[in-house]
Design a protein around this ligand. Structure first.
Ligand code: RIB
Ligand code: CA
Length: 310
């Protein structure tokens, strides 16, 4: 079967880094390019970190682009307390030698989608600023995107406020653009990513790969997981972004429910909240496939097996 053409938009960030490594190790995916956005850390660092991970995995042929340096309307909120000052707490990777592409990430999205003869799936792992701006600038790209698979949102508790998840909190207006676009969306919210926990046992299996990539992944996850495990009183830290890539590889790792989802963009109290109409109270047609449950054992088997290939 031909490899699926995808573009990954991300804000590396530790879990973004693991998601990139999983994509690099998966021949089922044809990664056309990586666009970076301000989120976990400022754009200068997300654009650098994406290249550091490409070089770690020997994937320097994959072009990396810098996109938007701030959300559409709000000022930038970052998460150094989660990902460290560099955005890749736990490893000290060399300064990247591969170039950052000169084209803006938004224009790469537009040009690649408009010039493609076929469809391209877009996987978003950070705030949706780049994709929303691309869609506003060139609405015709919608016809070339069969699916946007996104990590973001919260049906129950948020992780930045009680009601909002980080990616959609950072840029709720971009999220509104995407959730009202009519493009097929598949959403991995905190409700499912909090079922995918990097427990000590799973972390040790990754560390036992004992390659530069395996060791780096274990060191990244070690720091990242311990904080969240403690904060959320769980047996391990939730692993958010790799769920998006795992879905593209093995969709039966999860199950789903089609729902109408809307984004809160006005209330300061609940800004960025995904209002997920699970029981169709609104009578509105579903606009999102919402992941509900995860087979976390099989997820970590896939992740560990693929990381060992790099
Ligand atoms: O809320 C978790 C999400 O926000 C993840 O994508 C993490 O990398 C941050 O971007
Ligand atoms: Ca992310």
């Amino acid at each position: 079967m031909a490899a699926k053409p995808i573009i990954i938009d991300c804000d590396p960030g530790v879990d973004d880094a693991i998601a990139l490594l999983l994509a690099f190790a998966s021949p089922e995916l044809n990664l056309l390019g990586i666009t970076t956005v301000a989120g976990n850390v400022p754009l200068s660092l997300t654009a650098k970190n994406a290249r550091k991970i490409c070089e770690l995995a020997g994937r320097t042929q994959i072009p990396v682009y810098a996109g938007c340096s701030r959300p559409m309307m709000r000022s930038l909120t970052t998460a150094e307390e989660v990902h460290g000052k560099t955005g890749l707490e736990g490893v000290d990777l060399p300064e990247p030698q591969m170039p950052l592409q000169s084209q803006h990430g938004v224009d790469f999205l537009i040009d690649t989608l408009m010039s493609s003869s076929g469809e391209i799936t877009v996987a978003t792992l950070g705030p949706l600023t780049n994709l929303a701006i691309a869609l506003i600038k060139e609405p015709r790209i919608a016809a070339k995107i069969p699916e946007v698979v996104l990590m973001g949102g919260a049906i129950s508790q948020g992780n930045v406020t009680a009601s909002a998840e980080f990616n959609l909190y950072v840029d709720p207006h971009a999220a509104h653009v995407m959730f009202s676009s009519g493009i097929k969306l598949t959403m991995f919210s905190l409700d499912v990513t909090h079922q995918v926990l990097t427990t000590p046992e799973r972390l040790e299996k990754i560390r036992a790969i004992a390659t530069p990539v395996g060791t780096a992944a274990a060191n990244l996850l070690g720091h990242y997981s311990s904080r969240d495990a403690e904060r959320f009183e769980m047996t391990g830290g939730p692993l958010h972004d790799p769920c998006v890539i795992a879905y593209l590889l093995q969709p039966d790792l999860f199950n789903y429910r089609d729902c109408y989802v809307e984004i809160e963009t006005a209330s300061e109290l609940t800004l960025g909240r995904t209002v997920v109409d699970l029981w169709n109270s609104s009578g509105r047609s579903p606009n999102t496939k919402v992941a509900q449950t995860a087979d976390s054992e099989r997820f970590y088997q896939l992740l560990t097996e693929r990381l060992a290939k790099l």
